[in-house]
Design a binder for this molecule. Structure first.
Ligand code: ADP
Ligand code: MN
Ligand code: MN
Ligand code: MN
Length: 382
């Protein structure tokens, strides 16, 4: 009997014979190098990519030339003036076509070489250069949800719901962990590529997972997290499953998805650093509303569905902090409270946040003394 495509939650391409693909992947490539350029499109959320051949393997980012693309097809420009520049900023090994091939993350510039609207890296880089002496480290906990191509969470009963939350967080077994293959393959792909992934776990909602990237210094945080997201979409594509970073994919009694951002400066990591953590939290308290605006791509609208005060979140309207408190905006990990040094965790960013905007806002608020009334999202005069 023929199965209708709509009855399957996997994409058709995932059913293609991957062993046949393997045969071709083994062919030598004549000393040439495939370089896949990756960039953030006009949604500020989705990634695009395209590939070209270089005559030899680039040894560093400097060996990779600028390129361009049709911005009118990525929500980034109008058709009559559509060329946008791709400026390579960070190079990784390609875990799909293997060495010597590369993945390269790019910044997008407009035809007059200004940062594109959704290029938040340009501003972030300026801020990180200004706070360089603080050696600011970040670690981001990326939560995500797996969906079938029908848009329903992967492995959930068709059109229905699994048993309530409880057994799934860090769970094992076919009735508790949905989609582990994807998590494991993504983890390996990150390690091969050179992404600083430091752990992973199954989440509270079934088919929801988390991985952590970090610690990364300054601008590296955004670069690494964006590439890790590309790898996750790409791995899931092979399995015919879709990844969403929507902060609240399922309404009701199901946990949302965040991107907790862990932060420290050199002073915070040293003996007695807790006083600097407390100072930073005090500054963050005063800028709560501004931070919420840059913690998802919709100026807070997406996160509103997640930050309800339930499901291990704080209310979007209030700022709170506490040691080991997972219901607060900012959490000081128990060990940090005991050792009186270390880092703090900002639990507010949504899973679909732009890590460049989040880390730039935190660095600005905590380390740059802004004039009264200045907002954290705007470029800062040097
Ligand atoms: P949680 O208990 O909140 O689930 P995780 O283990 O998931 O914590 O994530 C911890 C994160 O904190 C990781 O991304 C890690 O890289 C980051 N991290 C650890 N130490 C530091 C530090 N000193 N400064 C900044 N980030 C840190
Ligand atoms: Mn975590
Ligand atoms: Mn989590
Ligand atoms: Mn956390």
């Amino acid at each position: 009997m023929l199965l209708k495509a709509s009855m399957s939650s996997f994409s058709n391409s995932s059913h293609l014979n991957k062993l046949v693909r393997q045969e071709y992947m083994r062919l030598p490539q004549g000393g040439k190098c495939q370089v896949t350029y990756i960039w953030i499109d006009g949604t500020g959320e989705r990634l695009r990519n395209k590939t070209r051949t270089l005559d030899s393997e680039p040894k560093s980012i400097k060996d990779i030339p600028e390129w361009n693309f049709d911005g009118s097809s990525t929500y980034q420009s109008i058709g009559s003036n559509s060329d946008m520049y791709l400026v390579p900023v960070s190079m990784f090994r390609d875990p799909f076509t293997l060495d010597p091939n590369k993945l390269v993350l790019c910044e997008v510039l407009t035809y007059n070489r200004e940062p594109a609207d959704t290029n938040h890296r340009a501003h972030c880089k300026k801020v990180m250069d200004m706070v360089k002496e603080h050696c600011m480290w970040f670690g981001m906990e990326q939560e995500y949800t797996l969906l079938g191509v029908d848009g329903h969470p992967f492995s959930w009963p068709s059109g229905g719901y699994p048993a309530p939350q409880g057994p799934y967080y860090c769970g094992v077994g076919a009735d508790s962990a949905f989609g582990r293959d994807i998590m494991e393959c993504h983890y390996k792909a990150c390690l091969y590529a050179g992404v600083n992934i430091c752990g992973t776990n199954a989440e509270v909602m079934p088919s929801q997972w988390e991985y952590q990237v970090g610690p990364c210094e300054g601008i590296e945080m955004g670069d690494q997290l964006w590439v890790s997201r590309f790898l996750l979409h790409r791995v899931s594509e092979d399995f015919g499953v879709v990844v969403t970073f929507d902060p609240k994919p399922m309404k009701g009694n199901w946990n949302g998805a965040g991107c907790h951002t862990n932060v420290s400066t050199k002073q915070m990591r040293e003996e007695g650093g807790l006083q600097y953590i407390e100072k930073a939290i005090e500054k963050l308290r005063k800028k709560h509303a501004e931070h919420i605006k840059v913690y998802d791509p919709q100026g807070g609208e997406d996160n509103k569905r997640r930050l309800t005060g339930l499901h291990e979140t704080s209310s979007i309207h209030d700022f709170s902090f506490g040691v080991a408190n997972r219901g607060s905006s900012i959490r000081i990990p128990r060990q940090v409270g005991e050792e009186k040094k270390g880092y703090f965790e900002d639990r507010r960013p949504a899973a679909n946040c732009d890590p460049y905007s989040v880390t730039a806002a935190i660095a600005t608020t905590c380390l740059l003394d802004l004039e009264e009334g200045a907002t954290v999202g705007l470029p800062v005069a040097v």
